[in-house]
Design a protein around this ligand. Structure first.
Ligand code: PGA
Length: 250
């Protein structure tokens, strides 16, 4: 099967149910003939409406987070099975905002990845270094640690359902995109990590997305890189016309 690029939108804490529905209805006709798979992650409260609006379109709906337990006394949390029974197909895990603002560590993220796979959700595992780590030349060390610890115990069979997103923390929401050379260099490093950790087939097939200030004016150059299989878009995914432009250029 041909490997399709993925363009994923992460709305973060934005959009009500009505906003989400309108966005999807406006976006769908604009991206009907795009070459990529299109993923959107609304907030939990807009998932139902988004799933309804996305029926009969090529848009795949996912969540931005989940808990690692199935049920229990975890006030304010949402489980994978709740998402799956709603019709959700993927879940973003280990986003830098979860790691840095909500102090999620690799072992918690690892448990979430394992649970998401059990629940039949496709995890998008985010990894990325901070500006400080980059300037101290620790990028590869940090990425390897995040990658290996977050995917601990994952079988080769399960690895086939995982997407990795490289999101340098210094490029998220800052307008500073990694140059395509920097991004490709890191993506190649991640590709080698996948090979080391799993096997050649999985390394070839696993999608590695780039995220961090992706915009209509930089998406083409990023997508031309050999090891960039798609993008994860935050700010620029909030306007349907801008997001459609990114999807159609990818
Ligand atoms: P950004 O966010 O596109 O606004 O930089 C990307 C992300 O956090 O996934």
């Amino acid at each position: 099967m041909e490997k399709k690029n993925i363009v994923a939108g992460n709305w973060k804490m934005n959009k009500t149910q009505k906003d989400a529905e309108e966005f999807i209805k406006n976006l769908a006709p604009l991206i009907k003939s795009c070459r990529s798979s299109v993923y959107i992650a609304p907030s939990f409260t807009a998932l139902s409406q988004s799933l309804d609006a996305a029926k009969e379109t090529n848009i795949i709906i996912g969540a931005q987070n989940m808990h690692d337990e199935t049920d229990g006394a975890f006030t304010g949390e949402i489980s994978g099975i709740m998402l799956k029974t709603l019709g959700v197909e993927f879940v973003i895990l280990g986003h830098s905002e979860r790691r840095h603002i909500f102090n999620e560590d690799n072992s918690f993220i690892n448990r979430k990845v394992i649970r998401a796979l059990k629940d039949g959700l496709e995890p998008i595992l985010c990894i990325g270094e901070t500006q400080k780590e980059r300037s101290e030349n620790k990028t590869e060390e940090v990425l390897e640690e995040q990658f290996c610890a977050s995917l601990k115990g994952i079988s080769k069979e399960d690895a086939q359902n995982i997407i990795v997103a490289y999101e340098p923390v210094w490029a998220i929401g800052t307008g500073k995109t990694a140059t395509s050379e920097i991004a490709e260099h890191v993506h190649l490093f991640i590709r080698k990590l996948i090979l080391k950790h799993f096997d050649k087939e999985i390394a070839k097939n696993m999608h590695i997305l780039y995220g961090g200030s992706v915009k209509p004016n930089n998406v083409e150059e990023l997508m031309q890189q050999e090891n960039i299989d798609g993008v994860l878009v935050g700010g620029a995914s909030l306007d349907y016309k801008i997001f459609a432009e990114i999807v159609n250029k990818a």
